[in-house]
Design a protein around this ligand. Structure first.
Ligand code: MF3
Ligand code: CO
Ligand code: CO
Length: 289
């Protein structure tokens, strides 16, 4: 027993000592390790207290994303969305994680049309009919992080934009559906890429999902495409995001001179949705959406 000590509580969630548990995880990990898969450090497997904390944090993130919908209309500025996210987070006892994170100047990311992610809210950016926007909210509550984002339509949007938003959401759900104990991070990426391909969209490669829980960005990194490499084995109690960005045109992106805003290289539309997930005994629980 290399990965799990015999007297340790088994990682599978059975609450049995490893030597009494017959889930097979310990033996499976030895096999995976020999094949070159990354095995999560024990610290990536959250205890019940942390998971409870993340659920409470996730409720705030999800509620704010629900409420943001009411602001999405022509005439609203992204600064107003930022102020709303900031104030609601504080009112519910949380801290907006983006503010001052690696120098990010605002409390949420607002990414419109050709902006892939990390759009900076501004009083100068006014929503207009036909825009599509991603709002990304990350809450810290009692040290526990939850991170989620959604797409919103401003008034009537084009059929093309509608389909992109839908397929991006479906690709996230398909990525989620392959997650279970002993699946790997590369299974997630491969499933998302295949679905995007099938629908004629490109997957952004420069950003990925990530472990989340006691920090904003933890291991593992979750690629949204098939890297051709094994990736990390997933186990019950791991918490991470999946957050695929799908582009109408090229997968290539540029970063603007503000050092944050990522835009499609060809100016075509991009869409993204994000969940924070917990790996359970047989699948996932959504912590924030
Ligand atoms: N919320 C983004 C993510 O999903 C990260 C934003 S970093 C920030 O990982 F600094 F821009 F907030
Ligand atoms: Co994230
Ligand atoms: Co996010």
């Amino acid at each position: 027993m290399k990965w799990i000590e015999r007297n340790e509580t088994c990682w599978c969630g059975s609450n049995l000592k490893a030597k009494k548990c017959n889930c097979g995880i310990s033996e499976a990990l030895d096999g995976y390790s020999k094949k070159g898969y990354k095995i999560p450090k024990r610290s990536l497997i959250k205890d019940e207290k942390t998971i409870e904390g993340m659920r409470a944090s996730g409720k705030i993130t999800t509620k704010i994303l629900d409420e943001v919908a009411t602001l999405i209309k022509p005439g609203t500025t992204t600064e107003e969305i930022n102020t709303f996210v900031h104030n609601r987070t504080l009112e519910m006892g949380g801290i907006p994680a983006p503010l001052n994170y690696n120098g990010f100047p605002k409390s949420t990311c607002t990414s419109i049309n050709e902006v892939i992610c990390h759009g900076i809210p501004s009083p100068d950016r006014v929503l207009k009919e036909g825009d599509i926007i991603n709002v990304d909210v990350t809450t810290i509550l009692d040290g526990c992080y939850s991170d989620a984002s959604r797409m919103y339509a401003v008034g009537e949007i084009s059929e093309n934009a509608k389909r992109l938003i839908e397929v991006a959401k479906e690709s996230l759900d398909i990525g989620r559906s392959v997650v279970k104990p002993l699946a790997t991070t590369n299974d997630i990426g491969a499933a998302i890429e295949q679905y995007a391909d099938l629908n004629g969209y490109a997957v952004v490669e420069d950003f990925g999902g990530h472990g989340v829980g006691l920090q904003f960005h933890e291991d593992p990194f979750v690629f949204h495409f098939d890297t051709g490499e094994p990736g990390m084995v997933l186990l019950p109690g791991m918490t991470f995001t999946i957050e695929p960005m799908l582009n109408e045109g090229t997968y290539e992106c540029n970063i603007l001179s503000d050092h944050w805003t990522a835009v499609t290289a060809d100016g075509m539309l991009s869409a993204q949705w994000e969940y924070t997930l917990l790996v359970t005994k047989d699948g996932t629980e959504v912590i924030a959406y």
